[in-house]
Design a protein around this ligand. Structure first.
Ligand SMILES: Nc1nc2c(ncn2[C@@H]2O[C@H](COP(=O)(O)OP(=O)(O)OP(=O)(O)O)[C@@H](O)[C@H]2O)c(=O)[nH]1
Ligand SMILES: [Mg+2]
Ligand SMILES: [Zn+2]
Ligand SMILES: [Zn+2]
Length: 403
């Protein structure tokens, strides 16, 4: 397995491919011994690509392999490495650690924003503890924005977030997180027990969440951006809303708030994402897509009452510090069966034909349908299996252990 990023590294902010030789730096902005200091000013490249218009010290190109360079203006050394394309500051260790981009996509109202918020929250708390892992925002902007625009409204004010604005081309930067686990070390062929992962070297993965508006997936202007976004991804989380499927819509729990039926049906969304991925792979038309694809059915709380008593989706999910392959396969098979009931067998045909590795998941970010005025129900956010899809992808990369 290749953990080092090798020749193909993608910027987690703009998804362009970059190599370490083309690195750019940003001046540290300190006063040099001779009294010279570069004045901060807006960076037009950064502003066009990410919308950030604040003043910063100047950017310049230099060989990035040493990790530091001297600013040609003020002669002060800097270690601030930036992306040559979008001028975003790259995370520490970028290019040196296995940077894996995992990106979520889905149609309008599929539940992307809520899912991402709850997922990151879970990774920061319960799931993090379970895997002895830590997840932190990779930059100040992500840390600030996640806390104030995502976590606070949902968890502290019990408010669901408004529909994500239809993006212009680059007016929104993705949220980038660093997921760090300690690699398991084997002792006498067995996982060491003192805090199972207590002793290996840390493994780091970058998770880049571009909270796109659902419409972005098919408005013609953003196709190019989506091709790049999906092309750069090492793993894809495809969020599908069962409430957009005719068969499932008839089965939902009374009192469920149904989404407006204007969005694309899940099979069409999968088709579109498949086309975008194929366009980027560019390889032989007969080859299957090799990126792991997690096909995630959201809002499962609305359909739980319709499941058989023995359904794996009614069990409490595993809590052990490894990815439980058997449980996951049982859920996969169960969803395959449900697809027939929801009039969605076309989804399985598309997946089988085009993907080498795909798996179905059923999750609920909220655990319950929101109130009529779109607030979190009285019992609060009670997620069900939200972390499983990303854990599966991380397990595909060898970042967390499988059993
Ligand atoms: N029952 C139930 N409803 C949910 C759940 N998650 C989201 N919803 C509902 O789905 C709506 C849309 O969720 P969002 O996360 O905003 O969806 P989105 O995909 O980001 O939508 P756009 O930003 O418009 O593309 C929410 O306002 C909720 O009403 C869930 O876990 N259970
Ligand atoms: Mg959204
Ligand atoms: Zn970039
Ligand atoms: Zn300078």
């Amino acid at each position: 397995m290749r953990l080092a990023p090798g020749p193909r590294s993608h910027c987690p902010y703009c998804y362009e491919e970059i190599s370490q030789r083309q690195t750019w730096f940003r001046c540290a902005g300190r006063t040099s011994p001779s009294g010279k200091r570069c004045a901060p000013e807006p960076d037009p490249v950064l502003r066009d690509r990410t919308g950030f218009g604040g003043a910063l010290p100047p950017a310049f190109a230099a060989d990035g392999r040493k990790g530091a360079a001297t600013c040609p203006e003020c002669m002060v050394e800097t270690t601030i490495i930036i992306c040559p394309v979008c001028h975003s500051r790259l995370p520490v260790h970028f290019g040196k650690v296995g940077s894996r981009l995992i990106v979520p996509v889905g149609a309008k109202e599929a539940g992307k924003t809520v899912f991402m918020t709850v997922l990151v929250h879970e990774l920061m708390h319960q799931t993090g503890q379970r895997f002895n892992a830590a997840i932190t925002g990779a930059d100040d902007f992500t840390r600030y924005r996640f806390a104030s625009d995502y976590e606070r409204p949902l968890y502290r004010e019990s408010r669901l977030l408004p529909p994500t604005a239809v993006g212009g081309t680059y007016d929104q930067a993705p949220l980038v997180f660093r997921f760090t686990t300690e690699a398991p070390r084997r002792l006498n062929g067995r996982l060491r027990l003192a805090g199972v992962f207590g002793s290996g070297d840390p493994k780091r993965t970058l998770l880049s969440f571009f909270d796109t508006a659902g419409e972005d997936l098919h408005s013609q202007q953003s196709i190019e951006q989506n091709v790049r976004y999906l092309g750069a991804a090492d793993g894809v989380l495809l969020l599908l809303d069962p409430l957009q499927m005719r068969g499932a819509r008839d089965l939902v729990k009374p009192g469920t708030r149904l989404p407006s039926s204007g969005a694309d049906d899940p099979a069409t969304v999968l088709e579109r994402v498949t086309d975008l991925l194929l366009a980027k792979e560019g390889g032989k038309p007969t080859r299957k897509i090799s990126k792991p694809l997690a096909i995630v059915f959201t809002k499962m709380d609305t359909l739980m009452h319709d499941l058989k008593k023995t359904s794996p989706l009614l069990r409490s999910p595993p809590e052990e510090p490894y990815f439980d392959e058997r449980d996951s396969l049982e859920v996969h098979t169960e969803i395959q069966r449900l697809l027939a009931r929801w009039e969605g067998t076309r989804i399985d045909q598309i997946a089988q034909l085009n993907y080498r590795r795909y798996r179905y998941f059923g999750v609920s970010a909220l655990g319950e349908t929101p109130t009529q005025d779109n607030r979190v129900a009285a019992r609060g956010v009670r997620p069900y299996r939200v972390a499983n899809p990303i854990l599966w992808i991380l397990a595909q990369f060898g970042i967390i252990p499988v059993k």
